[in-house]
Structures are given as C-alpha cells and as structure tokens.
Design a binder for this molecule. Structure first.
Ligand code: NDP
Length: 238
C-alpha cells in the first residue's frame, strides 16, 4: 500500500537515500530542500518542497504542499541536520544554538506538525536520525552530541505520548556514513574513526535507509521508543 512519506533534508546524503528507498517501494515521497530544487528528486519522482526546518512557518507551508499533493503524512523521517564542530573552550554560543535549533528544534517542528494528522488518523510512523555520537560523545562535538542525545529523549517521550494513538516514534543512530558531512573530515580524522569500527568500514547511506524503512514498515508495528544503531558495531548497542 502506497503511503505519504516526508523526508527532511532529502536532497542529498542519507536523506536522499531514504527518499529513494521509499520511492522504489512504491510510496508517495516528498522531500525537503533549502536551495534550488534537487535534480535527484525529480529523477525519483519525489515531490520536492522548499523548507528550512529552523522556520516553523516554512515547515507549515511545506506540510500544506505535501498534504495537497500526497495526502496527510503517514511516515515522517526527520533527517535534516548540521555540524558546527569546535572544542568546548572555543565553541561560540551561536554554533551551539544553531546546531540545537536545526537538529532538535527542527525535529520538534516537523514531528509536532506530523503528529496532528497522525493522531487524527490513529496511525503513523516517525523516525528520527540521531547519531552514535549522541551516546558516545565526541571531542569537538559538544553541540552535535547534545543535539543527537536530545533526539533520543524526545523520541521516547513522543513514543509514550502517542503510543495509544497507534503512532510509533523511533530513532536510527548511524555511525560513520560516506556523505558530504563526513567528506569534510581530513584523512587522519577519517582513519581514526574507521579504526574503531568493528566492521572496519563506513556505512553506505543505503544501509541507513534500510533501517529507516524497517522501522516504518508493518514488521516494526510493535517497536517504539527504540534506538537502532547502524554503526558497524562502533557503539556496541548504545
Ligand atoms: P549532509 O550534510 O550530506 O546533508 C544534510 C541534509 O540536511 C541536507 O539535505 C541539508 O539541506 C539538510 N539540512 C541542514 N540544515 C537544514 C535546515 N535548517 N533545514 C532543512 N534542511 C536542512 O548530511 P548527512 O546526509 O550525512 O546527514 C543526514 C543526517 O544524518 C543528519 O541529521 C546527520 O546528523 C545524521 N548523521 C550523519 C552521519 C554521517 O556519518 N554522515 C552519522 C550519523 C548521523 P541543504 O542541502 O539545503 O544543506
């Protein structure tokens, strides 16, 4: 059965792989972008909607566009995220708050909007993209780790609030994935990170997408408030 799926930050990286996975399974997929409609979305037959998740007005407009084209969102994947790495002693307040505003508040804005319709329909799937760093921590990423840990508490609270309405809320926690975000690392940082991964390699974005699709599937109907690591063993079950 085709579902209305919305993926934030779906124009590249993990989000694009997630959008592709749902589209290939026959769902009606909308993805958000910030600048210039992504060609990749058109190729996949996805609806591309402009939306900066730091702006509640844009989130609402994007939802209206998606609802008009595909019907109420039945599966939300809150994937949009940024890093602004710096050591704590040099961390500017704005770099900390920008990361929280995008990664946590952004998820709050889209999940709140999605929940309105899901509660009404008495079913829905929300999947949030966190990170292994949220539980392990990482030097230079106090802001990012706080945001990704925040998503877990958020998801578990949503799971408790909406469980009785047939809405599940789960977290996927990827480790090192080959995208623009990790291409910014230098060779030394990359080698240090991969050296700690039991499977000895980074993930392909498609491997993260498969976990997201599982949590949104009927097979995962009895799973809520869970954190599913896709990290090659880096966090060992965290
Ligand atoms: P990319 O940097 O490749 O893509 C980030 C995506 O988020 C882009 O689509 C970007 O849109 C979007 N985005 C950023 N800020 C906003 C905003 N304010 N409003 C709307 N969209 C926004 O990152 P990845 O694909 O690697 O990461 C995707 C998610 O996975 C993130 O939440 C990240 O933290 C998480 N993650 C990534 C890991 C990795 O190793 N790559 C590991 C663990 C977690 P735009 O193109 O407009 O900038």
């Amino acid at each position: 059965m085709s579902r209305s799926v919305l993926v934030t930050g779906g124009n590249r990286g993990i989000g694009l792989a997630v959008a592709r996975a749902f589209a290939e399974a026959g769902d009606r997929v909308a993805l958000t972008y910030r600048t210039g409609p992504p060609e990749a979305a058109t190729g996949l037959g996805c609806l591309a909607v402009r939306c900066d998740v730091t702006d509640a007005g844009q989130v609402d407009r994007a939802y209206k566009e998606v609802e008009a084209a595909h019907g109420p969102v039945e599966v939300l994947v809150a994937n949009a995220g940024i890093t602004r790495d710096q050591l704590l002693l040099r961390m500017a307040e704005k770099d900390f708050s920008d990361v929280l505003d995008t990664n946590v508040m952004g998820a709050f804005r889209v999940a709140k909007r999605a929940a309105e319709e899901m509660v009404e329909a008495r079913r829905g799937r929300i999947v949030l993209i966190s990170s292994v760093v949220g539980l392990l921590g990482a030097a230079g990423q106090t802001n990012y780790a706080a945001s990704k840990a925040g998503l877990i508490g958020f998801a578990r609270s949503v799971a408790r609030e909406l469980g009785s309405r047939g809405v599940t809320c789960n977290v996927v926690a990827p480790g090192f994935v080959e995208t623009d975000m990790t291409r910014a690392l230098n060779d030394k940082q990359r080698a240090a990170m991969l050296g700690k991964v039991p499977l000895g390699r980074g993930a392909r974005a498609e491997e993260v997408a498969a976990a997201v699709r599982f949590l949104a599937s009927e097979d995962a109907a009895y799973i809520t408030g869970a954190v599913l690591p896709v990290d090659g063993g880096l966090g060992m079950g965290h």
